[in-house]
Design a protein around this ligand. Structure first.
Ligand code: GDP
Length: 296
């Protein structure tokens, strides 16, 4: 995939072939192409600006070694920086707590929280032999509770019932009590999302967080949101001490610029990626692969 960008850079620096160093002069035009590539991938503009400034600093003065063209050398620097910025290595879920390990799922309605809860539960059950319980605190949409019940059954994990008449805090307390008494390793708490950022939703999830003190507070965000992911991510990161991000719908046609934007805004690791509607459509997040995809 990076060949494309290398070719594009090659076109703007044809005359510079054979230069021994990346200089301020020869990288300016190339960085314009990198900037275009990032914007085409729908990375938010302020994030692109910061990133390009950082790369420029790193790249100027670097020697172009051996048979590399300046374009190849710069793509190498950009790719490394992008990978680093997205966390370098893949990062798993944290279980360093007294069981049950509570995972609080946060995000807007439609982001993929409920689907991802079932996917992750299935993953943990099948790959790590964890005993998993799920509960929905979405008292506004009974359909959401039903949906979790359905997908949990499909995933082969347990579901703790709740109703629209209960308070989210009471549901969470009852589920936690049940999870402790029945020796669950993991309790997923699915929460109510709204179509847009909403003060009531944020206050409610903050209260749930204070009550449950989850080991993981996972922000679930739709990759197709592109640049708009920035505002959503900022609102959730300001309201909650997030511990990780899950980027969904990467099977869509987005180049995944949201990954970089969300990482930049939250400073938290992207832990998993949703890559399909089916319950096995989940992958660990790989910064290096994502960098290639974003650069296109
Ligand atoms: P919630 O409102 O945040 O709980 O979102 P849902 O879990 O109900 O998901 C909203 C829609 O997105 C559903 O139709 C899901 O099937 C779909 N969805 C969730 N994750 C993915 C994914 O990784 N890929 C695709 N293609 N669809 C997804």
């Amino acid at each position: 995939m990076l060949d494309n960008l290398t070719q594009r850079l090659g076109k703007v620096v044809k005359t510079l072939r054979g230069q021994a160093r990346l200089s301020e002069d020869n990288i300016t035009d190339m960085l314009r192409e990198v900037r275009m590539a990032l914007l085409e991938a729908d990375v938010a503009l302020p994030v692109v600006k910061d990133f390009i400034a950082g790369v420029k600093e790193k790249a100027v003065g670097q020697e172009v070694i051996g048979s590399l063209t300046p374009g190849q050398a710069l793509v190498g620097v950009v790719h490394r920086e992008l990978t680093e910025l997205m966390g370098g290595q893949s990062v798993g879920l944290n279980f360093a707590t007294q069981p049950p390990a509570i995972m609080l799922m946060a995000g807007l309605q439609g982001a993929g929280k409920t689907t991802t809860t079932a996917k992750l539960g299935k993953w943990l059950k099948e790959r790590q032999k964890k005993k998993v319980l799920t509960v929905s605190c979405d008292v506004y949409r009974p359909a959401a509770i039903e949906q979790l019940k359905t997908v949990a059954a499909q995933a082969g994990i347990d579901f703790f019932p709740s109703t629209g008449e209960q308070k989210p805090s009471a549901i969470a307390a009852a589920a936690l009590d049940y999870a402790k008494k029945h020796y669950y390793d993991v309790l997923f708490v699915d929460t109510a999302g709204r179509l847009a950022i909403d003060a009531v939703m944020m206050a409610e999830i903050r209260e749930l967080h204070a009550q449950l003190k989850p080991i993981e507070t996972l922000f679930v965000v739709d990759a197709m949101l592109g640049q708009d992911a920035v505002n959503t991510a900022k609102a959730f990161a300001d309201a909650l001490p997030l511990t990780g991000v899950i980027l969904t719908k990467l099977d869509g046609d987005s180049r995944g610029g949201a990954a970089l934007s969300v990482r930049h805004v939250t400073g938290k690791p992207l832990k998993f990626a949703g890559v399909g509607e089916k319950l096995n459509g989940l992958e660990e997040f790989h910064p290096e692969r994502m960098a290639s995809r974003i650069l296109g």
